[in-house]
Design a protein around this ligand. Sequence first.
Ligand SMILES: [Zn+2]
Length: 181
Amino acid sequence: MGTNSVYLMPFGSQLTAAEYAGRAKAVLMETGIISEPDEDGIFYNGKRSTEAFQREPGDDEYGFELGQIFSGPHFTVAPDEYVDAVFCPRCEANITEQWASAIQDEEGNRNEKDLREERVMCPKCGCGFRPDEVKGETVDKFYLTDRFVCFWNARWPKREWLADFDRRMECVHEVFEYGWT
Ligand SMILES: [Zn+2]
């Protein structure tokens, strides 16, 4: 199994980001999928972690390696990993460097800066774009979001598990997988 990340990206959530995170934590812990998340929302396998994901022969007893419930309060761009190059959506210039510095805070941390007002400037055509508006080489689409659940080194979630998760979370999740192939 390769190295990937599987994002559950919520759409139509009426909760605050903090409420979303609290609910996701409760649901995922109650069903044994995850361990208790730390203050950054990072979690490990619960006792029944495999129940959420499709299985292939030879898979081990873990459904994933590590994961995160992200709940802002600021907006970040997802994914920020597995991005090897991004391009200007207007003139196709390589703006990877500009993008990378736009999504980091002063200390170089990703995921900790509010990106709603952030603009990535293209040095070639001079246009500015939101960090989710750029074109990725390996990533089809970026999302500007204040909430998501992601799992690293996981298979695609089971359809029925995801339907149940949607129902409990009162919104719809789309699944996005990123990784090196
Ligand atoms: Zn450009």
